[in-house]
Design a protein around this ligand. Structure first.
Ligand SMILES: [Fe+2]
Length: 181
């Protein structure tokens, strides 16, 4: 699977306004909407089933740069596999439009996930794959789909993990746009 960005009006899910598969173009369009999208490379090959410390060390320079830029306080690593017994519940959790009072920062070490952001009348569907960093700015309405067969390893950065809660907007807009898989 390859990364891609689709842009729609929030009033017209059936009309694809922009479609980008070039990561530099994706970064430009997202930057114009105030969204950070970057490519990171490991400074050393990862082992087959790397532990959290190994994953973080492999991307330490980029992590440190982001912490210096944005003041994030904590870093962790999460993963999901297609045979996880609770995958449907985890998928359901963030499928509807919500926002957080803090940035939602994810770097995809492996696998993929679909972040959809709702900004100034536009809907940005960002399919993130291996090597992609996305930061959903604080208070930006968005939703996230890991798909029916979720698979990813992701680094997360937080201002304050205790304060990271989803505030649902009550809109059903997410149901009119694309799901993953
Ligand atoms: Fe979120």
């Amino acid at each position: 699977m390859h990364s891609e960005l689709k842009v729609f009006s929030d009033q017209a899910p059936e009309v694809l306004e922009q479609h980008h598969t070039d990561k530099a173009a994706m970064a430009r369009v997202l930057a114009s909407a105030g969204v950070r999208y970057e490519q990171w490379q490991a400074n050393q090959p990862l082992s087959e089933s790397p532990q959290q410390d190994e994953v973080i060390q492999a991307y330490q320079a980029d992590i440190d740069r982001l912490i210096a830029d944005e003041g994030y306080q904590t870093v962790d690593v999460v993963s999901m596999v297609p045979d996880h017994p609770d995958k449907a519940a985890f998928r359901q959790k963030f499928l509807e439009e919500h926002q957080h009072s803090e940035d939602e920062v994810r770097f995809f070490v492996e696998g993929q996930g679909l972040f959809t952001l709702h900004i100034n009348g536009k809907v940005y569907e960002v399919l993130c794959t291996k090597g992609d960093l996305i930061s959903v700015p604080a208070n930006t309405p968005h939703w996230f789909d890991m798909g029916p067969a979720p698979r990813f390893v992701a680094i997360r950065l937080f201002n304050n993990p205790d304060g990271w809660v989803a505030n649902f907007t009550g809109s059903d807009i997410a149901q009119r746009f694309n799901r993953l898989g």
